[in-house]
Design a protein around this ligand. Sequence first.
Ligand code: SAM
Length: 222
Amino acid sequence: HIHLYLIPTPIGNLRDITLRAIDILKSVDVILAEDTRTTGRLLKHLEIQRPLQSYHIFNEHKTVEKLIERMERGEVMAMCSDAGTPAISDPGFLLVRAARDAGLEVNCLPGPTAFVPALVNSGLPNDRFTFEGFLPHKKGRKTRIESLMEEERTMIFYESPHRLMKSLVQFSEAFGPERMACVSRELTKIYEENVRGTLAELIAYYEENTIKGEIVIVVQGK
Ligand code: SAM
């Protein structure tokens, strides 16, 4: 008996929802959503009507205890973030850990997440890799990047488009301008683009081409 399902949702293309995700969303007592409007739109599109409850990082600590109590009393819950797999650079970890600590069954479905297609599309070695998620925006950013100078595995970073150039320049300073990398933009969407090159080439490319939309940066290891 599963108490809590984590349900990956599309990162762009709505047809990437899995059949099993739909089955489970239809069956649960309540759907926890990072943003009830975003998940509400998806549920409407899928013609699913289940109670929605907000669950985001601002109330995560406070809500967890109450949710665990409800699961212990028998409620089955599903959790969705805005896009991709919950708990991957998204809220969810605290609830999963608390549920596990309470002896409850947690089950994450396989499904959309941005880093796997970005890694595979990059053509960089993927037998071993490290998922770095978001870098700190200011404090600790340089230290974090420098701590990766000896990293031999392919590195995956989530980044916002307005910090792309800053990251590419900082990577180039730490890893050298000849290091291979790939920028994946708007994965699964109409304007999906995967641009591969050395860090120096990517810097030159994005000086000419302003970038919008969501991006993943994949950098080869040392
Ligand atoms: N939970 C999500 C997952 O499983 O990938 C990640 C959520 S995180 C808040 C959002 C970041 O994921 C974006 O800043 C971007 O780095 C990446 N991302 C999400 N969707 C993307 C897409 N369609 N194309 C490229 N990157 C994407």
